[in-house]
Design a protein around this ligand. Structure first.
Ligand code: DC
Length: 233
């Protein structure tokens, strides 16, 4: 039987988790799961309904009405569906980032999304990125990576990423948003962002995307004793 591997990639927003995890997943033939996108769907649903995203009762009451689905298009890109509607683009809007951060602090929301995330890892070899993958969602992952970078380096990258998507924001605005989200994500009571004890810490502040990719691939090859697809022949 083919072995199923789970790699957990956690870290603060803007550390390059999603682009690096996506690229590594494709290099090793794994499925990439961006769990932030699932929280963003809940944030978007709360926003559209106009409910107070910090009100645990109101947000929890809305959960049974939500059908969130993850699908992959023919390029292997993750698409998110909220009650049948493709919301992949809308969930990336900056105001939805804050909504996602608010609803993700609600224990009922985390419990609601937990099984969905675990099921993906039961059925496929995955590289899953988020905040609590190594500590809560997949505590038995064969490999845990904690990916981080300084707030300034993360703001710089986020700004370029947003620009490519046609969203203009100043460096100061992006930095403030990153600091605000870091505070919220790290200080909350439920599943705060924290490094698993057995995680490998990788700081990408001073290295390029390509260098970070090589570092991660090296760790994966060494720890899981597997090779990249193009090196397998
Ligand atoms: O990774 P992201 O920026 O798309 O995540 C959006 C928000 O969701 C972020 O503020 C923290 C939250 N989140 C979380 O609490 N747990 C996860 N596993 C993933 C994201």
């Amino acid at each position: 039987m083919k072995e199923i591997y789970s790699i957990a990639v956690d870290g603060p927003s803007g550390a390059g988790k999603s682009s690096l995890a996506r690229r590594c997943a494709s290099a090793f033939g794994f499925i990439y799961v961006d769990t932030g996108a699932i929280y963003r769907c809940v944030g978007l649903a709360a926003y559209r309904k106009g409910i107070d995203r910090k009100d645990a009762g109101a947000v929890s009451a809305m959960l049974p009405e939500l059908e969130i689905k993850i699908a992959y298009d023919d390029k292997g890109e993750q698409r998110m569906y909220l009650n049948g509607e493709d919301v992949s683009r809308e969930i990336r809007e900056p105001h939805i980032s804050l909504c996602a951060s608010d609803v993700s602090a609600i224990p009922q929301v985390r419990a609601f999304l937990l099984e969905m995330q675990r099921k993906m890892a039961e059925e496929n070899s995955v590289i899953m990125d988020g905040r609590d993958i190594g500590t809560v969602v997949l505590p038995n992952a064969q490999l845990k990576i904690f990916l981080t970078a300084s707030p300034e380096a993360r703001a710089e990258r986020r700004m370029l990423e947003l620009k490519e998507k046609g969203v203009e924001q100043s460096f100061e605005e992006v930095l403030e948003e990153i600091n605000q989200r870091d505070r919220k994500d790290s200080c909350r009571e439920t599943a705060p962002l924290r490094e698993a004890e057995d995680a490998i810490h990788v700081d990408t502040s001073k290295i390029s995307f390509e260098e970070s990719f090589e570092v991660l691939c090296g760790i994966i090859e060494q720890k899981l004793h597997i090779k990249r697809l193009e090196k397998r022949k």
